[in-house]
Every structure is written in C-alpha cells, then in structure tokens.
Design a protein around this ligand. Structure first.
Ligand SMILES: Nc1ncnc2c1ncn2[C@@H]1O[C@H](COP(=O)(O)OP(=O)(O)OP(=O)(O)O)[C@@H](O)[C@H]1O
Length: 342
C-alpha cells in the first residue's frame, strides 16, 4: 500500500522542553492508526504539526509524496488536504447539518455541493437530518456530522483528536464502531489520537504508543497487547502482574511454577515476567496455596485478588466461575508469557 503520511525525524520543543523527539512513522493508504498516549504526551501537538496549525522545529512531513514541511517548505494548513475531527465535534452552532457539512466545499458548484452532502449524509446515516441545527442533535449524531464535514472535501488523510472524550461511556462504545465503519467505507487513511486503550485497540488497524515524546512501540493491536516491548509498556497498556524469574532449560522458573516464554530467552538469564490477569486460571481447591482476598464482580467476568505465599495477584475470571471471597484456590498460568531480561 502506498505511504500517505511520512514523518521523518520530527522534533518539537516548547520553551526548551522537548515534546516530540525524532519521530519517524509511515502511515499507509486506508490504514487506521491510533496514537495512544497519556495526558501531556504530545498527541495534540502531533496532530497540529501534521495538519499545519503548528510547525516542527526540525524534520520533514510528507503527505502523498508531497513535502508539506521541511526542505524550506511549509504548506498552509488549508492546502494540506487533511481533514480534522476535533475533540468536541465543534460544529458551527448557527449552521444546519447540511451547511456544516458543505462548509469547506467552496470550490464546488451548488449542484455538486448538494450531491456531495447527500452522499455524506448517506455515509454517516443521517439522511433526513439536513435541516436540523446542531443543538437538535444527539452527541453521537453531532460527531457523525463532524466526521462528514471533515470528509466532505475528500482529504488525503483524516485526523481525529480524542473524538469521543466528551461523550458518556455507553455512547462512546457505540460510536466507536459507527465511526470505524464510516472511515472504512469512505476508504480514507485515518489517524486518531486517544488516551483510551480500548478505543485504540478496538478501532485501529495499527497502534503507536507515544511515550516521553517518542514512539515506544508500533504494531497491530494484538501485537501491542500480547507482546509489549518492555515491562513499563506491559503495565501502561492493560494490566499485568509482574514477577521475578530465571531461565532454566528454556523455561522460566517463578514463584508461580514453571512458565513458558513467548519470546526468545537465554538459559541462566534473570528477569521479570508480565502476566495478563486473563491468563490466570483459578481452580477451587481446599488444599490450594492461594486464598481469594478480593473480588469485584462485573457479571460477564470478575477481578479476583488472590494471596499466594510470596505474592498477591489479580486474576480475571469468567463471571459464573469466579471463586468466592475466602475460597482456597490453585493458580495456573495459561499460555505463554513475556520474559524481560534484567
Ligand atoms: N503552545 C504551547 N506552549 C507551550 N507548551 C505547550 C504548548 N502546547 C502544548 N504544550 C505542552 O506540550 C506538552 C504536550 O501537550 P499536548 O497538548 O500535545 O499533549 P496531549 O497528549 O494532547 O495531552 P492531553 O491528552 O491532555 O490533551 C504538554 O506538556 C503541554 O503543556
């Protein structure tokens, strides 16, 4: 797939403080990339540099093989062919749905504009809402209009800045799938920044983790979740129980018994193991060496805290089979685990 966006050694500082350091990234056509980072990690800054609202200190940005920043060039934001969906949808409050959508279509004739608006209303499933004003829409509908407005001029790339942060949890989940489908149907390359892990993992085809101004790991969602590059990443993205281990005969010797490494290991190496809560299996056993000391029940599953002779673990158990408080259990680790050499 052709590269739509290329960041090459991009740097940005504010008041002498590095915010983005030596960023390199290629985003391919039709890819949906989520940039995941905690608050203040530089996500919004990154989008501002790509869209042209701000400039890097150094480095180059290419969009569809055109230099938009670097080599003495700095293409204006409105000429970069980048669509932007802001945090709170930010529709023009005094304009109807159709007027909001056609806002950037000044170069088209009235007939072409109207045809494009109809096409977009169909895409975001809002046919019949053309004359509504933004205050007459639900939060989810407003977001779909914002998406249609950003797609209207057929940009090369669309940027979404924490698109659902102002919405309640239930709506967020529903809208994630709607937005992902619209973007896939439109066949557009998209970059979304978010601090929400579930959002990144469930929507994107690739996830880039922004940590201390650098991309700490880039991969597809399952790679990112199942094979974090380091211990810090294993606890940043999702939960992990961290225990010490030593490699003997290609196995990891730990307080939880012999575990099988997912990655390549060297006999004699000491290090730590990261185990996801869902990788534990709790077997009720009156003679087990674990005791359930905490239990949060969510229906479909439960988070169970188990005290073992040398450590306490958090395990995710199937709701109907989650052991009760005070029960004795044997703890098993299912599957392979990541070993991080010291
Ligand atoms: N115009 C500016 N002048 C000075 N510092 C800035 C400016 N814009 C951003 N920063 C700083 O750069 C860092 C990154 O900010 P940015 O808004 O990109 O983070 P973010 O990851 O989007 O955060 P959040 O998730 O909280 O929105 C922060 O420390 C912020 O204070």
């Amino acid at each position: 797939m052709p590269v739509v966006l290329s960041l090459q050694s991009v740097n940005k500082t504010f008041a002498g403080q590095p915010v983005l350091s030596n960023l390199n990234l290629d985003v391919h056509e039709k890819e949906f990339l989520a940039v995941l980072g905690s608050s203040g990690s530089g996500k919004t800054t990154l989008l501002r540099l790509i869209s042209g609202f701000d400039s890097p200190d150094s480095g180059e940005i290419h969009i569809n093989n055109r230099v938009v920043f670097g080599k003495g060039i700095n293409v204006l934001a409105e000429e970069r062919r980048v669509g932007f969906v802001p945090q709170d949808a930010a529709l023009f409050p005094h304009l109807s749905v159709s007027k909001n959508i056609e806002f950037g279509l000044t170069k088209l004739s009235a007939t072409e504009r109207s045809a494009r608006v109809t096409e977009l209303l169909r895409l975001v499933d809002l046919v019949g809402f053309e004359e509504r004003m933004p205050h007459e829409l639900s939060g989810g509908q407003r977001h779909r209009v914002a998406l249609a407005r950003a797609l209207a001029p057929k940009p090369d790339l669309i940027l979404l800045d924490e698109p659902f942060s102002s919405l309640d949890a239930e709506l967020r989940v529903r809208l994630r799938e709607d937005v992902r489908k619209v973007i896939a149907k439109a066949g557009i390359t998209a970059i979304m920044v978010t601090h929400d892990q579930e959002e990144a993992l469930s929507m994107a085809s690739r996830v880039a983790i922004l940590r201390d101004g650098e991309f700490a790991q880039i991969g597809n969602p399952s790679e990112i979740y199942q094979s974090p590059t380091d211990i810090e990443m294993a606890t940043f993205l999702g939960d992990s129980v961290i225990i010490n281990g030593v490699i003997e005969n290609e196995k990891i010797v730990t307080d939880l018994g012999l575990l099988t490494p997912l990655n390549k290991v060297v006999n004699g190496a000491t290090g730590r193991v990261a185990i996801r809560p869902e990788n534990f299996y709790l077997q009720p056993n009156p003679n087990g060496d674990g005791e359930v000391i905490g239990r949060q029940y969510f229906g479909h599953d439960a988070l169970v805290e188990v005290k073992l002779p040398t450590l306490v673990i958090q395990a995710r158990a199937n709701g109907p089979f989650a052991p009760e408080l005070g029960m004795k259990v044997t703890v098993w680790v299912r599957g392979q685990v990541n070993f991080y050499t010291d």
